[in-house]
Ligand binder design. Structure first.
Ligand SMILES: Cc1cc2nc3c(=O)[nH]c(=O)nc-3n(C[C@H](O)[C@H](O)[C@H](O)COP(=O)(O)OP(=O)(O)OC[C@H]3O[C@@H](n4cnc5c(N)ncnc54)[C@H](O)[C@@H]3O)c2cc1C
Length: 379
């Protein structure tokens, strides 16, 4: 292996890969499209599971830092009908099996754990060509050459395009996101409704997720089954009008306190259409090139995508360390594990996604989440 390892994307997968390599004395360079570590809001809170995400953070040597940012109590879950009646609750058992942290905080810890200069911000990959070496060209016209290239560039991966991987398909569901701030003082009814963790109120094909996050925030998603074109019919830049329209799309019969999570939203709503790659997605192998995280196995949100991204990063780094310079052998060994593991977890992801919004919501949801607690023991 000549020179350092080139990683495209400073998301969770790419950063863990760089960090575990660094722990083992192997240099890498991470090229990231965003202009700076604070260039984009990093989304909400993530459960970091003890069987994948936490395993990766242990390999990073960052468990202490991780524990310092855990939002205690955040593991609790509450399930409601659309009438506001509680159908079930899972309390936070305090065992830190799935502790919650803000994605931005987790990313900050990982960024700060790398030697200065490892991440090249403002480097958006626009094309890749492979000859004797791989040439990566960036949006500003500059380029770099490498023997070892890892695509950790998420759902719309350029590296995957280069390998003739599949394109994500729209899965028919849009999540519309908004936030409430200072909830203990200014939104007490919403704070009581959501509790200390997550609140899910589902009907077949639509629902509201409220998530209590650090800093006195409730992060709300409205989930709607809609054609992609529907998003063009709503002006999401007009906060009040858009949130009113989104609440209307939930249909009749929703308890006023649930609707308030939406209509009182304090941030401009962001519509996130949900995309996925086919189950067991594979790609043409090109020597010296590998994919990890969403670039390899984008699945609808089931509370595990970020965890498997962390896990992939650590596992690929360890495979490279073990291979003593034979990166192609490391990539083959990693892919042999990662592809079937991702297919199995994606099957669960697609099933739970369907169950969440299926005919038997919200009862299915509670079953699904209690099974999720045992997931680690089966893998
Ligand atoms: C609405 C929603 C809610 C979710 N909730 C959860 C949850 O609660 N728990 C959970 O575990 N998972 C959750 N997920 C899934 C999770 O967000 C992803 O699985 C995870 O972020 C994948 O990490 P990654 O590092 O592979 O990709 P990403 O996080 O997408 O990181 C990719 C990085 O690559 C950069 N990049 C992209 N293109 C280029 C380019 N051309 N050149 C250079 N850089 C580039 C991006 O800027 C980004 O920094 C959710 C997903 C969605 C959509």
């Amino acid at each position: 292996m000549n020179g350092s390892i080139t990683i495209i994307g400073a998301g969770l997968a790419g950063l863990v890969l760089a960090r575990v390599l660094h722990v083992h004395g192997i240099a890498s360079t991470v090229y990231e499209a965003e202009a700076s570590p604070t260039g984009r809001a990093q989304g909400g809170q993530l459960d970091i599971h003890d069987f994948n995400g936490q395993v990766a953070l242990r390999e990073c040597g960052l468990l202490e830092e991780f524990r310092s940012i855990v939002n205690m109590g955040g593991e609790a879950m509450r399930f409601l009908g659309s009438d506001g009646e509680v159908v079930g609750e899972i309390p936070d058992d305090g065992e830190l099996g799935n502790p919650e942290v803000l994605r931005g905080e987790l990313r900050r810890i990982l960024v700060e754990s790398l030697p200065p200069g490892t991440i090249k911000w403002g480097h958006k990959t626009v094309s890749i060509s492979s000859g004797e070496r791989h040439t990566v060209t960036f949006a500003d016209g500059s380029s770099t050459e490498t023997d070892v290239l890892v695509g950790a560039d998420g759902a719309w991966s350029r590296v995957r395009d280069h390998l003739n991987g599949a394109s994500p398909e729209y899965l028919g569901t849009v999540w519309v996101e908004t936030f409430l701030h200072d909830v203990e003082v200014r939104h007490q009814r919403s704070a009581a409704l959501v509790g200390s963790g997550a609140m899910l109120a589902m009907e077949p094909g639509r629902g509201i997720f409220g998530h209590r996050e650090a800093n006195d925030v409730i992060h709300t998603y409205v989930v709607l089954k809609k054609p992609l074109e529907w998003m063009r019919t709503v002006d999401f830049s007009d906060r009040e009008q858009a949130l009113g329209e989104v609440a209307r799309q939930l249909g009749p019969g929703w308890a006023p306190e649930l609707l308030e999570l939406v209509t009182r939203g304090e941030t401009t709503p962001v519509a996130r259409p949900i995309w996925g790659l086919p189950l067991g997605h594979t790609w043409d192998r090109v020597p010296g090139v590998m994919l990890i995280g969403d670039a390899a196995h984008l699945t609808p949100p089931d509370g595990d995508g970020a965890n498997w991204a962390l896990y992939d990063g650590a596992q690929l780094a360890l495979a490279i360390v073990d291979s003593r310079g034979d990166v192609e052998a490391a990539f083959t060994a990693f892919a042999e594990q990662m592809v079937p593991r991702s297919a199995a977890s994606s099957i669960e992801g697609y099933q739970s996604f369907e169950q969440t919004f299926g005919y038997n919501a919200p009862a299915n949801l509670r079953d699904m989440m209690s099974r999720a607690k045992t997931y680690g023991h089966r893998h």
